[in-house]
Design a protein around this ligand. Sequence first.
Ligand SMILES: Nc1nc2c(ncn2[C@@H]2O[C@H](COP(=O)(O)OP(=O)(O)OP(=O)(O)O)[C@@H](O)[C@H]2O)c(=O)[nH]1
Ligand SMILES: [Mg+2]
Length: 558
Amino acid sequence: MQASPSPSPSPSSDSNSDSAPAEPDRAARLHLLARATDPLPASALEQQRHDGIERLRKLLETDLLALSRRASPDDFADIYLGFLAEIERFAAFCAYPELSGRALVAVGGGFSVGKSSLLNALIGASVLPVQIDPTTTLPAYVLAAPTDGVCALNLYAQRIELNAAEFASLTHDERERHGTQIGRLLQAAFVGRSTFPWPRLAFIDTPGFRAGTLGTQADAARAQMQLDAAQAVLWVLPIKQGTVPETDLALLARLRPEQPKLIVLSGADLVPEADRERIVAQVQQVLRTRNLAVQAVLPVSRQPKYRALLEPLAAQLESWQALAHDARFAHRFKALFVRYARGLQAERQAAELERHHLNRLLTLVPEAALPDALPLRQAADARSQLRAAVLTELDTLRNRFFTELAQIGQAVGVALPQPHEIDLIDIGGEPRLRAYLAALAQQPAGATPASAPASAAAHASQIQALHRALHVLRQPAAPTHAPGLLRRQRLAPTALAALRQPATPTHAPRLLRRQRLAPTALAALRQSAAPTHAPGLLRRQRLAPTALSVLQTQGAAP
Ligand SMILES: Nc1nc2c(ncn2[C@@H]2O[C@H](COP(=O)(O)OP(=O)(O)OP(=O)(O)O)[C@@H](O)[C@H]2O)c(=O)[nH]1
Ligand SMILES: [Mg+2]
């Protein structure tokens, strides 16, 4: 394998662009094309992995779709596309398990902003193709390896080796230069370098997304998925722009808030030194105004003369090596299943409510009209029952999916157990609370887990509030409680705040009151003229048990 590809098209290939490719080139292209479309796994292990992923795919494409035809929420198309995209990324991960154990740093930004150039400069070698025009067509992972080499995932997610020249040819202008579009058949490339300085990091060089009028939601969604999957993000902007375009701000805003991010201003050699600081301050100001937290805004340059500018960035990357590098596939798959289930639960509740209203109406309907009215109630009943049945089947399907996922994970050496719904709550980078919640999830409500923070034990009221909320969340008999709580993602951070402030024991009830639970419950209880309304209203609020127990603790409820 050749050590280092030529980073930019050679003048000779440019001048040939209008004529037919030469014979040796044509043969080489055909050979590459054959590998890019070869469906056969190379080894027994590859075969096993391939079969496992195919079974997962079939579960989604056959069983999940069949279920969705019986009942599915309005956003099912998005959920399904999410599943397909996640499966693709999972297949890429399994085909290149060397990625596991490394924190993934995504390099994102618009077209031709200098993403690939930045990576080349950081690793001190021209491994990624760089051109003035849009260049990168397929996401390329760059990481440490015992020997230099490039491989890619072909059309059938099989791993194929590429020589340096082949990799360098897979650019946006491949068709003009070689008459082929093999880059579009490949799913991802993996560039291993023996001199890569960060053994516990891997970069992913993403194709730039289109901005402005050319922009499509699909582009942005694809870019966001790659960025989302990473543990940290380097966002590249050309320093000459002097500010952050709206498209970039929108994408940055959609990233997970706890994901560490750096803004990198490329082309620092192109502006006078005095302007550099001004532009950095300007960018920081824009980010502050938009409430977008980034660790730093760093001017950089690909020019060797400006190498010193890369040092702060290199130091930051060094610290990112300590980032947790859990493969979050299981979480993202689970989140998609939960989204489907929540949609069904909402529809089921709507049907139940309709049935409830119809029941009331039926008491007023003259007997002669009953034959017309009763089918309406039966229809609402049927809708609710169908959702309940589909929810049960969805549970079974999800468990089958996760059993299969765990087996594939085992084959490639990554643990992928099914996460608890509680684990999906976004509680930021608070490992202590995360561990605490995880321990709670394993225990019966009421018990304080051993891993609880020391100060927590002394402040039973906050802990109790947290327990109650989590208990509600875990109740299988009341599945609608979980979505309610999950949707109000404010619960966990506020519980965290309560744990942090042991001196204010009223914090938890205050929070609940702020969430408008207690006032609603109180209002319902006050309606003594219509006592039967209270439970109904409370049930509709979905958090009745929590609200009631808080009121009881405060002596406000019977
Ligand atoms: N002077 C100067 N030029 C740069 C710098 N960084 C990138 N460039 C130039 O900007 C152009 C685009 O650079 P790329 O690294 O290919 O940009 P990219 O973001 O990877 O582009 P896509 O892969 O197409 O999205 C090339 O012509 C680079 O030479 C820099 O720091 N200084
Ligand atoms: Mg590029």
